[in-house]
Design a protein around this ligand. Structure first.
Ligand SMILES: O=C(O)CCC(=O)C(=O)O
Ligand SMILES: [Fe+2]
Length: 235
């Protein structure tokens, strides 16, 4: 019997108000296409890197960004904490994917500005992500999260603190998780990755997560956007 055999099929679940888990949203072909894109984005310049935190630590997932480059705790147009190269562009098809993800989870929403940020995190079996909020954006548009490869435990908490109450959700390859509305600033993290649980046909060892966000940053017409326009308050 396959490891994926289920007594009860996984189904859509509202984990908190405005936070929805939709299992198996990306079919195997779409997962493969997104993985191939991630592999191209991971290449230098402006490729996959280790993120250093102000306290002198390092994040255990490795990251690459599209559209705007995130580093603790702000956005820039260049890899300011790495090779200094311009951040890779955010493709239009990812905005379309993000809109479809929101429609399929939260239903028809008020007009959302274009998705223009992707953070791609690569986790090996030992990587984790601590509880945090995605609070460096100026837009309150829902965050869209797509998972590929190994299964993880995704911990989705509350807007007040990193502590309980929270709900642990298993995110598998192809799963979609969207959090907006009252949950847009909820704490969340990845306490555990289950090694060797990726679908073998995908050909990925480890886990990839792609989060799509709307920056809400102004891009001045006729000029290259500059990080000054974003404000500078750390979260
Ligand atoms: O890997 C995940 O599922 C979560 C990633 C995340 O929270 C982030 O990139 O801000
Ligand atoms: Fe996050």
């Amino acid at each position: 019997m396959s490891m994926d055999a289920e007594l009860f099929p996984r189904s859509r679940a509202e984990i908190a108000p405005g936070a929805v888990h939709l299992p198996d949203w990306l079919d195997p072909v779409a997962q493969r296409e997104l993985l191939d894109a991630c592999r191209a984005w991971a290449r230098p310049p402006a490729g996959l890197r280790t993120v250093r935190t102000p306290g002198g630590g390092t994040m255990t997932s490795r990251q690459v960004c599209l559209g705007w480059h995130w580093y603790p705790y702000r956005y820039a147009r260049t890899v300011a904490d790495g090779d200094g190269a311009p951040v890779k562009p955010f493709p239009a098809w990812l905005d379309e994917l993000g809109r479809r993800a929101v429609a399929d989870t939260l239903g028809p929403e008020d007009a959302i500005a274009a998705y223009d940020i992707a953070l791609i995190n690569f986790y090996d079996a030992d990587a984790r992500m601590g509880m945090h909020r995605d609070s460096d954006e100026k837009s309150d548009a829902p965050v869209v999260s797509l998972s590929l490869g190994d299964t993880c435990v995704f911990r989705f908490g509350n807007t007040e603190s990193r502590a309980r109450p929270y709900t642990d959700v298993e995110l598998r390859s192809g799963d979609l998780f969207v959090f907006g509305g009252a949950s847009r600033l909820a704490y969340h993290g990845v306490p555990r990755v289950h090694a060797d649980t990726a679908p073998p046909e995908l050909g990925l060892t480890g886990r990839l997560n792609v989060t799509l966000r709307v920056s809400g940053f102004q891009v001045p017409s006729g000029g290259e956007p500059h990080e000054r326009i974003m404000g500078d308050s750390p979260s």
